[in-house]
Each structure stands twice: as C-alpha cells, then as structure tokens.
Ligand binder design. Structure first.
Ligand code: S5P
Length: 259
C-alpha cells in the first residue's frame, strides 16, 4: 500500500518528472508541507516565502488574486524556488474545454506554463482538458487532478471520483497527483495525494471550508503533501507557525511509514 512506502521509494516509482522531484525534495528537506500563499500583494507573498520557504516542499499560488502581478514577481518567485528548493503549484483549477484551457495555460497576463512546475485541473469537462495541458509545454510539467474537494456540500460523487482516477491512467507522464481527501481514492504509489483543508486551530470557516488535523489527514486519510493556507498565512508569526505545521506533519509521516 502506498501509505506505508517512503517518499524516496515512491520517487523511484513516479512516471511524472515533477512528482519524482517533489518526492525527492520532501525526503531531502524532511517536509511534506505545502504553503498556500493566498495573499493579494506580491511583496507580501515574497516576504512570506522568504521566511518560510525553507520549511516547505511546495508553494501553491492563486496568481489571479494578486493586485500587482508582474513578470518581476514571477522571476523573484522562481529565484526563491531555486534558492530554497521548493516547487511551484499554480492552483488555477482549469475547468473548460481543451482549446480554451490551452489558451488559459499558455497565454494571457499570467503565462502560467512559463513558470509553474504544476497546476491543478478539474476532470469535469472530460479528457480534452488533459490533452490540452499535455501538449502545451516542452519542459517538465505536472498536473494535480481534482478527484475530491474539502468544502462541504460539494457536488463530487464517488462515481465522479473513480472516473477521474480512471481518466488519469492514460496520462501517466502528465499526472503528478490527485487533489483528494481519502487514502482509498487511488492506489498508484508513484502519484501524490495533495490534501487541503488542514488546520490546527479551527474545524471550518464560514464559507464551507472543512479542516482536519495533521494526524487525521496523514495517518487516517493518506495525505502525502498537505496544503495549509490561513493556518500559517493568518498567524501572528508565520515562521513559527510554519515550523509547527512542518514538524507535526512530518512526525505523522514517519509514524505512518514505520507501520
Ligand atoms: O478541495 C480543495 C482544493 C483546494 S486546491 N480545497 C481547498 O481548500 N483548496 C485550496 O487550498 C483553496 O483554494 C485554498 O487556496 C487552500 C486552502 O486554504 P486554507 O486557508 O483554507 O487552508
């Protein structure tokens, strides 16, 4: 079972280059924490990453919420990614027909395919969306496909989840993981379970987000990379809080692989 294999071992089993890199970064830095930098000012984002980048394996962005987005922001982000050894995930959640998604991915203000190591994407429109993302870049890229969501009342059914996992099978070189909540959602140990909805303080927000603890997410639900946003971003001292999450999540992982 993938739950009990080390990240090093799983890197060897990955068919996607970004999944392989991410597993190796986690093993090297001893962190399975992904920080979701949901802030609207590019300087604030870069300042935060400067402080916590050492403690994370992945930085997740929503670039369309940044009020002063520029190509300078992208270069600074890439510079920090190299310096502090993390990958970049643009959480765009593409959800349109293939042709539109290929334009959204490669063109416009954000030029996501130029700088993001990986992106998120819905399976809702069908396979064309994966074909579009697959053909769009010459460099190593990964896609996290949404198989489940953390928010209450979401319309994803078990059948939708299963068919999403099936859709991904044909795209072994493109898919780096699933955004999902359960250990039984998929079996392939070369693929990453990215699980959002993690917080120590609260169990939900007032817009439908549902939170679980590190123990629940890693030990019971099979999360490999855990996404924390407000738990760190809204804290008084983000650096202290990031270390707290990193240590708690890593402890759960080492406990998990030791049986
Ligand atoms: O099911 C999901 C999928 C995602 S990618 N639920 C989520 O919350 N997310 C994202 O994770 C969401 O867009 C946000 O950026 C982050 C969670 O942030 P937090 O502040 O609630 O920890």
């Amino acid at each position: 079972e993938r739950m009990f294999l080390s990240y090093e071992k799983r890197a060897e089993l990955s068919t996607n280059a970004i999944a392989k890199q991410l597993f190796n970064i986690m093993a090297a830095k001893k962190t399975n924490l992904c920080l979701s930098v949901d802030l609207t000012s590019s300087t604030k984002i870069l300042d935060l990453i400067e402080k916590v980048g050492n403690h994370v394996c992945l930085i997740k962005t929503h670039v369309d919420i940044i009020e002063d987005f520029s190509s300078g922001f992208v270069s600074s982000l890439q510079h920090l990614a190299k310096k502090l050894n993390f990958l970049i995930l643009e959480d765009r959640k593409y959800a349109d027909i293939g042709h539109t998604v290929s334009l959204q991915y490669t063109r416009g203000l954000y030029n996501v395919s130029d700088w993001a190591d990986c992106v998120t994407c819905h399976s809702l429109p069908g396979e064309g969306i994966l074909k579009a993302l697959n053909g769009a870049s010459n460099t190593d890229k990964g896609v996290f496909l949404l198989a489940e969501m953390s928010s209450e009342g979401n319309l994803i059914t078990q059948q939708y989840t299963q068919e999403t996992v099936k859709m991904a099978e044909k795209y072994a070189e493109l898919i780096c993981g699933f955004v999902c909540q359960n250990k039984d959602t998929f079996k392939n140990p070369g693929i990453i379970q990215l699980t959002p909805g993690v917080q120590l303080e609260s169990s939900k927000d007032n817009l439908g987000q549902v939170y679980n603890t590190p123990e629940k997410v890693v030990l019971e639900n099979g999360g490999d990379v855990m996404v924390v946003g407000r738990g760190i971003v809204a804290a008084k001292n983000s650096e202290i809080q990031a270390v707290l999450y990193k240590d708690a999540l890593w402890k759960c992982y080492t406990k998990r692989i030791s049986g």
